[in-house]
Design a protein around this ligand. Structure first.
Ligand SMILES: [Zn+2]
Length: 240
């Protein structure tokens, strides 16, 4: 990028020729990639897109990190149409986040998914940032939720002297707390009153191996939520 003279207007203009070339390379690669994907899919199954266009019936809702290295379909070896996805920085589930609640409600009550998975990953930049005292901008207010997770578990975390190990443990505890947050929502609790085929799980992806670790916090009932979080059915409240 360089400043070049524009004699007509007598003002220098920015020469973006090289910048545009670089940008269009990565941009055009996406379009090429799309064409190749379509070709590949049609080779495997000539009716793939015809069937895809009919509608979706995913069994799974994936709530993962926005990190580019943890795409839901690729990590789980699933195809388009098999996983309903919501992603945000550090896979945080906040009960006042209208975006997350809308996705959760639609997945649970309309699509009737059977599994909700909170998927974190080791080496999460969001979790690392939350562990530090540095300011990164607006995101600091989002990461505050992870600082709260740290505070809840500080007795355990403060004892871990190795920083990577402490960060890895916070990744796991963050997933565990977000699973717990989902279970506390009226959406999940009402669904559990209606049906017994809905489970919420916590996973951590190891970027170094690609493997998923089930952190064994799966839940299919409100019984471990603690008295104050467990909700009665709406009918029970109305007849009270
Ligand atoms: Zn992340």
């Amino acid at each position: 990028m360089a400043l070049i003279e524009n004699k007509k207007n007598e003002k220098p203009v920015i020469d973006t020729t090289n910048l545009k070339l670089a940008q269009s390379d990565s941009y055009n690669a996406l379009l090429r990639g799309n064409n190749e994907w379509v070709e590949r899919k049609l080779k495997e199954d000539g009716d793939f897109f015809k069937n895809l266009a009919k509608g979706q019936h995913p069994q799974v809702l994936w709530i993962g990190c926005s990190d580019s290295r943890v795409p839901a379909n690729e990590v789980t070896g699933t195809k388009a149409g098999e996983v309903f996805v919501h992603r945000n920085i550090a896979n945080v589930c906040v009960h006042s986040d209208m975006n997350m609640l809308s996705v959760l409600d639609y997945a649970v009550n309309v699509l009737k998914v059977k599994h909700v998975i909170v998927a974190g990953h080791y080496g999460c930049g969001g979790v690392a940032a939350a562990m530090s005292n540095k300011q990164f901008g607006l995101i600091d207010n989002w990461l505050r939720h992870i600082k709260d997770v740290y505070r809840l578990h500080s007795h355990e975390l403060d004892r871990i002297t190795d920083e990577t190990q402490r960060q890895n443990r916070l990744v796991e505890l963050n997933v565990s707390e977000q699973v717990y947050n989902l279970c506390k929502t009226s959406i999940i609790q009402n669904a559990w009153m209606e049906r017994n085929d809905l489970e919420v799980h916590g996973w951590v992806i190891d970027l170094g191996t690609g493997l998923v670790k089930d952190i064994k916090v799966s839940s299919s009932s409100p019984h471990n939520l603690g008295y104050v979080y467990e909700l009665d059915s709406i009918e029970a409240v109305a007849s009270h």
